[in-house]
Design a binder for this molecule. Structure first.
Ligand SMILES: [Mn+2]
Length: 314
């Protein structure tokens, strides 16, 4: 189905929806959160809208206006007729997705995403290859003549800026920049948002950078590098992967973060034709061609050995 038809299908459904639950992927990033918030603002009139994001007290929220419909715990008594999932290639990537998959009442699932490995889990699937869900929502709102308030513009701008590495990655198009420009006109303030996103590092973040540098392994011949953040490291919020990707001539970057014993989060980035989403899928993860992730329930050493061996054997 063409995107314009999908947008109409979305519109048609939302017109009659009354109780809407909006959520996003686990470890939500700024695109995920910003999209949920902008979408809630866009459709909340004459409806009950709840944004459910477990573990929502991280620094990721600093760049957004405060809204009162955000829930950290699943709203058990909320009999939603519509569930919208943003920035998520499959339902299993939603933290505590069982609340949705095991719900006994009937509802419509709407999947709004930009990951190439999306499995079309929704009843309505608005899936498009585009920089961010933020940019996709802007397109949707424009098409449906949904006005964009200043708080919504801030949410969308932050979402796009985050997923494009502050408008620097290969997913940036002329349209992306045009959208950003329109959002500035609508009330997004680039420096205030960038400052909230970037200039917010704590001493612990810098200790993490030190650990990342100490543990960095560079394989120049194979063109990859990885580092490790062991579980007893300080709890910072810096994205170590964005730091080590600055290495010249290294196309594949990996961060192994040990969350606890036998629970390792792996971040992968590609700066070439290497498709890290395909690598992640081999280990039960997923994502984009150039940015992907895996959560593995194994000990750190096993995760590293298996993944590095797989990468070297490709
Ligand atoms: Mn995204």
């Amino acid at each position: 189905m063409k995107h314009k038809e999908l947008y109409q299908q979305f519109n048609h459904h939302i017109q009659t929806a009354q109780k809407i639950l909006i959520t996003a992927h686990q470890y939500p990033d700024i695109d995920a959160i910003g999209s949920c918030l902008a979408l809630a603002e866009a459709i909340k009139k004459n409806k009950t809208v709840k944004v459910w994001i477990p573990k929502n007290d991280s620094k990721e929220w600093d760049c957004f206006p405060k809204f009162d419909y955000i829930e950290k715990d699943f709203p058990n008594n909320f009999k939603f007729d519509t569930c919208i999932v943003c920035d998520c290639s499959n339902l299993e990537r939603v933290d505590q997705y069982e609340h949705i998959s095991n719900a006994t009442h009937t509802f419509t699932t709407i999947n709004i995403d930009h990951h190439s490995d999306n499995n079309y889990f929704g009843d309505i699937n608005i899936v498009k290859t585009i920089s961010s869900v933020g940019e996709l929502l802007y397109e949707l709102f424009q098409h449906l003549n949904i006005p964009i308030s200043s708080p919504m513009a801030i949410c969308l701008y932050a979402a796009i800026s985050f997923d494009t590495g502050r408008f620097a990655y290969s997913n940036v198009t002329e349209k992306t920049l045009e959208t950003a420009s329109k959002l500035v006109k609508l009330g997004a303030t680039p420096y205030v948002i960038t400052q909230a996103m970037e200039e917010n590092k704590s001493e612990k973040d810098f200790q993490l950078i030190k650990i990342a540098i100490d543990n960095l392994v560079i394989n120049n011949d194979a063109g990859f590098a990885y580092t490790t953040i062991p579980k007893r490291s300080p709890k910072g919020s810096i994205k170590i992967i964005d730091f080590i990707r600055q290495l010249k001539d290294i196309d594949l970057l990996i961060v192994f973060q040990e969350l606890q014993s036998k629970l390792v989060k792996v971040n992968l980035r590609s700066k070439s034709e290497i498709n890290v989403s395909k690598i992640a899928q081999q280990f039960g993860g997923g994502g984009h061609d150039k940015a992907a992730g895996i959560v593995l329930k194994k000990d750190l050493e096993t995760c590293q050995a298996e993944l590095i061996q797989y990468i070297q054997s490709r």
